[in-house]
Each structure stands twice: as structure tokens, then as C-alpha cells.
Design a protein around this ligand. Structure first.
Ligand SMILES: Cc1cc2nc3c(=O)[nH]c(=O)nc-3n(C[C@H](O)[C@H](O)[C@H](O)COP(=O)(O)OP(=O)(O)OC[C@H]3O[C@@H](n4cnc5c(N)ncnc54)[C@H](O)[C@@H]3O)c2cc1C
Length: 498
């Protein structure tokens, strides 16, 4: 193994909301000895990678942004991707982060060295040694493409929504779009007017709600600039409103009937064809999969150049797609709007903790962590947006900021107690996960739909099953009693008062 060329106190992988948020907070705490490793050539993460037509957030702008970096200038209540990317670029510049980010650097291995009490990272730019590792690699980063028979034989153009091929002109083409999730629902209406024919392959219909997006007027923006408290109030109102979903998601799924009524009315107001209506009506409780907002999805599907296909794809040929009913459709381009590898992230295979144990081995089929952040057997590792931190209703940035508080609490505890190594106890992690699993039992996500929230073992390892403020309250307080703090990797635990 090469000798590390770079030695830092804290290495952060990823320059999305997680990595940038962590870096900014470290800098604000006067901690400068950190390095962000990012495989792309700019900041933004999700908002760098997803550039498909129509890409936008589906959580309101004032909530889906850093609480410590409010932006009075959002142009819409649900801003599009270029604005979010520009916002993150601005956050990085304002905090002088570029000098601390190594772009175009992919981390391929991360090994905990118990003797040295450090992480050794192998990267495309040489090895890096770090005492603390913050993994901000994002839950929706690795495109998931179904293993369709014959796909490698296809002679047309193929790409995933998160790797949009802007050099390829879809004008006048026959296009197949696979998947009807959060990305497809945004790009299908955007490309429908320009393509000759659009076959939308649907495995299961999403529940779609009316989209409340609107322009934020110049007067409102001026007001937010002059009175920042007003923007904070708006953010608090949006947060509280979205939190009401927890009542239906977690507390009593029967409450979701109200949302279902709105979604059905929305569908009927935009679709009159009984054939389409039948196929577009989901067969599971609303909320079991992510609820999608759109005013353009149904009208796009009703256009004469669009065909909704509900038969599974059985084969891809050189220039066509064959579906389970035996029909063959000629296509020039296939677009996969099929989401991401969420519970089977590649990093599970290359992050190795104590004794060389891989994350996937420690997880044994289902990702588990303590507060979604620390993992027993993986000292000095903090995962941002780790297991069970996902939300179906509110801002992931809220969760990220809560976790960053947790990391800063851990670093403070280490400093105060003269500890070099921190690790959550297996007992604390197990108790936490037992509690999560119990809470998960009666949630809407367990009402019998197949979703990306559920891992291969059938467990929901993705979502946080409670009020988000409860997550924040717990994460914010780093509890030394639930961790082993050691002066050196092999030393006895530092005394922790009961
Ligand atoms: C299209 C889309 C829309 C979304 N809309 C919303 C929304 O409205 N509201 C919401 O709350 N959430 C939304 N999300 C979820 C979104 O992913 C999170 O909100 C948030 O952006 C995650 O930030 P992150 O920094 O954790 O991860 P990311 O933004 O994914 O950033 C991770 C970074 O890590 C880098 N990286 C990964 N592996 C390596 C490696 N091995 N070496 C070096 N670098 C690496 C990646 O290149 C990437 O830049 C959306 C996701 C998508 C895909």
C-alpha cells in the first residue's frame, strides 16, 4: 500500500449538501484541518448530477436550503435545479471552501487502521490519511439500471436521468422512458412536446398530487432581503405544514385517505380516458411510496404522441423493446428514470472498519447505524444521510444539519476528554434499531407496496419513522454514555460519567 501523500484531521467524501454543510460548520467552528474529496469537477452533488429537463426540488425552497444560509432570492416556491446548484456554489464560495476541496477525486477504498487510529483512503489522486472520516456520499447517487435482457445489444442511445445526455437531440425521435418515479414525472412532460413518440413504461402507478409551485414575486423577495425574520417565519410555517404528514405516514395511515381523495380528484380532473384512468390509479395506500407533485404529468400522458405501457419489458433488441404481451416497439433512445441504488450502495463494499470488516458484512443484508450516523465497529466514521434518515415529506437538509450537530458534538466530546477515537457501542446501536423497527411496524410504508425504501431483507432501512424534530433533538445531543471514547485505539475507554 502506498504511503499517504496527504494527511488531514478530517476527510469528507462528497461535496453535496452533506459534505458542504459539514465543511462550512467545521470552518465556522474554527476547524480548518479538513479536506473534501469530490469525484465531480464542481460542488452540488445531486444538483450537479441531475440536469434533466424539468429537474426541480419537490420540497419548498425556503425549507430545502441550509438554515444558516438563507436565500431570499429563490425565484419559485419550488426552485429548479440550476438555481439550487448555483445556491450551493455560492455557499461554497462564501465560505472559501474551494481551497479545501479536491475535485475530480474518487475515493475507492477506506480502511480503518486500528494501530494508528486513522482512516486510510485510496483515491484516484493518491492515498489520504485522516483521523476522522465523514461520508457524505449521498443516498441517491448511484444510478440503478434494471438488468434487461438484451440491453447491451441496443444500438440506439441509452442513458439514466441522472446522467442526462445533453449532446443527444431527442427531437423527432421514438423514445422509451422506463420508470414513473420522481425524476420521470419531471422530465416526461418536458420532453413530450419535442419527441415523435414517447413510450412510458410503468411498473406501478405513482400517487400524484396537485403541484403548488408559483413564482415568488420581486416584492416578496425584496421583503425577505429586508426582513430576514419573515423568511424564517415562512420556513417555520412550511416545516410545520409538512410535518403534518407524519400523522398519516407514521401515526395512523388511515388519515392518508384525505390525501388520497385529493390525488384522485386531481387525476380525474386531468384524465378522462377510462383506459388510462384505470392504469394510472395506484393499487396501494398513498404515501407507501413517495407522493409526487405535478400538474403536468397526467396532461403529458394524455397527449396523442404518448403511450403508457404497463406490461413489463421482457427483451431489448437492436432497435426495439419487447414487452410481456409480446408487442415490439421501435425506439431510438431509452431513458432510465429508474432511481438509485439506495440500500445497496457500492461504498458498502469498500469501507472497511475494525479488523477489515466491510460495511456490507457488518450490516448483513440490512443497513443499520446509530442515529443514521455512527456504526459499531467503524470508529471515527460519521455517515451523513445514513440508514433511516430519509424522509417522504420534508427536507433532507434538515436531517443533514441535525447529523452535522451530532458530529460536532462527538468531536467536542473527544477534545474535552482527550480521546483520539470514538465509537458507538454495539448495545446502543442495537437498542436504537430495535426502537426504529418497532416504530416502523404500523407506518404507511408497511402497508404492502414494493418500494425503494425497503431493502433486500424486507426491512425499511431508509426512512425516519417519527417527527423530524425528534430526530434533531436526539441527534443534536451527543451522548458519551452510548459511545466508547479512547485516548488511543487500543487504550481502555476514557472514563465516562454515568
Ligand atoms: C432528482 C432529485 C431530486 C431531489 N429532490 C429533493 C427534494 O426536493 N427534497 C429533498 O429533501 N431531497 C431531495 N432529493 C434528495 C437529495 O439527494 C438530498 O436532498 C441531498 O441533495 C443529498 O445530499 P448529499 O450531499 O448527502 O448527497 P449528494 O447530493 O448525492 O452528494 C454526494 C456527493 O458525493 C460524491 N461522491 C459519492 N461517492 C464518491 C466517491 N467514492 N468519491 C468521491 N466523491 C463521491 C458524489 O459525486 C456527490 O457529489 C432529491 C434527489 C434527486 C436525485
Amino acid at each position: 500500500m502506498d504511503e499517504p501523500r496527504t494527511t488531514v484531521d478530517t476527510a469528507i467524501i462528497g461535496a453535496g449538501f452533506s459534505g458542504l454543510g459539514m465543511a462550512i460548520r467545521l470552518r465556522r467552528h474554527g476547524i480548518d484541518d479538513f479536506l473534501v474529496l469530490e469525484r465531480h469537477d464542481d460542488v452540488g452533488g445531486t444538483w450537479w448530477a441531475n440536469t434533466y429537463p424539468g429537474c426541480a426540488r419537490d420540497v419548498p425552497s425556503h425549507l430545502y436550503s441550509f438554515s444558516f444560509a438563507p436565500n431570499p432570492d429563490w425565484s419559485q416556491t419550488y426552485s429548479p435545479q440550476p438555481e439550487i446548484r448555483a445556491y450551493l456554489q455560492r455557499c461554497a464560495s462564501e465560505h472559501d471552501l474551494h481551497r479545501s476541496i479536491r475535485f475530480g477525486t474518487t475515493v475507492t477504498e477506506a480502511d480503518w487502521d486500528d494501530g494508528a487510529g486513522r482512516w486510510t483512503l485510496q483515491t484516484s489522486d493518491g492515498p489520504v490519511s485522516a483521523r476522522v472520516l465523514v461520508a457524505g456520499m449521498g443516498p441517491l447517487t448511484e444510478p440503478s439500471i434494471p438488468d434487461l435482457p438484451g440491453l447491451d445489444r441496443f444500438e440506439g442511445n441509452v442513458f439514466h436521468s441522472a446522467r442526462w445526455d445533453h449532446d443527444h437531440d431527442l427531437g423527432g425521435e421514438r423514445v422509451a422512458s422506463v420508470g414513473t418515479g420522481a425524476s420521470a414525472i419531471q422530465y416526461v412532460p418536458a420532453i413530450q412536446p419535442k419527441v415523435a413518440r414517447l413510450h412510458v413504461f410503468q411498473r406501478s402507478a405513482p400517487w400524484v398530487m396537485p403541484h403548488p409551485n408559483r413564482r415568488i414575486t420581486a416584492a416578496e423577495r425584496a421583503l425577505y432581503r429586508r426582513l430576514p425574520a419573515l423568511q424564517k417565519l415562512n420556513r417555520a410555517g412550511v416545516y410545520a405544514g409538512r410535518e403534518l404528514f407524519v400523522l398519516g405516514f407514521v401515526k395512523d395511515p388511515r388519515l392518508m385517505r384525505f390525501a388520497e381523495r385529493i390525488a384522485r380528484r386531481h387525476m380525474r380532473s386531468q384524465i378522462s380516458d377510462p383506459w388510462l384512468l384505470e392504469r394510472l390509479t395506484p393499487d396501494y395506500t398513498i404515501g407507501c411510496k413517495r407522493i409526487l407533485p405535478s400538474n403536468r404529468w397526467y396532461p403529458a400522458l394524455a397527449k396523442p404522441n404518448v403511450e403508457l405501457v404497463t406490461h413489463a419489458i421482457t427483451e431489448v433488441r437492436e432497435r426495439s423493446i419487447v414487452s410481456a404481451d409480446g408487442s415490439e416497439r421501435k425506439v431510438d433512445t431509452i431513458i432510465f428514470g429508474t432511481g438509485f441504488k439506495v440500500t445497496d450502495m457500492p461504498s458498502g463494499h469498500w469501507v472497511r472498519g475494525r479488523g477489515g470488516r466491510k460495511l456490507v458484512e457488518a450490516w448483513d443484508g440490512s443497513p443499520r447505524a446509530h442515529l443514521g450516523t455512527t456504526i459499531a465497529g467503524f470508529p471515527n466514521l460519521f455517515v451523513l444521510l445514513g440508514p433511516n434518515t430519509g424522509l417522504g415529506h420534508s427536507s433532507m437538509v434538515y436531517m443533514i444539519e441535525s447529523q452535522i450537530d451530532h458530529v460536532l458534538g462527538a468531536l467536542r466530546a473527544m477534545r474535552e476528554r482527550g480521546a483520539a477515537v470514538v465509537e458507538v457501542t454495539p448495545e446502543a446501536q442495537a437498542a436504537y434499531n430495535r426502537e426504529l423497527d418497532a416504530r416502523m411496524e404500523d407506518t404507511v410504508w408497511n402497508t404492502g407496496c414494493a418500494s425503494w425504501y425497503i431493502d433486500a431483507s424486507g426491512r425499511n432501512a431508509t426512512l425516519w419513522p417519527d417527527w423530524t424534530w425528534r430526530f434533531r433533538r436526539r441527534a443534536r445531543r451527543f451522548d458519551p454514555a452510548q459511545h466508547m471514547l479512547r485516548a488511543a485505539p487500543t487504550a481502555a475507554p476514557v472514563e465516562v460519567p454515568a
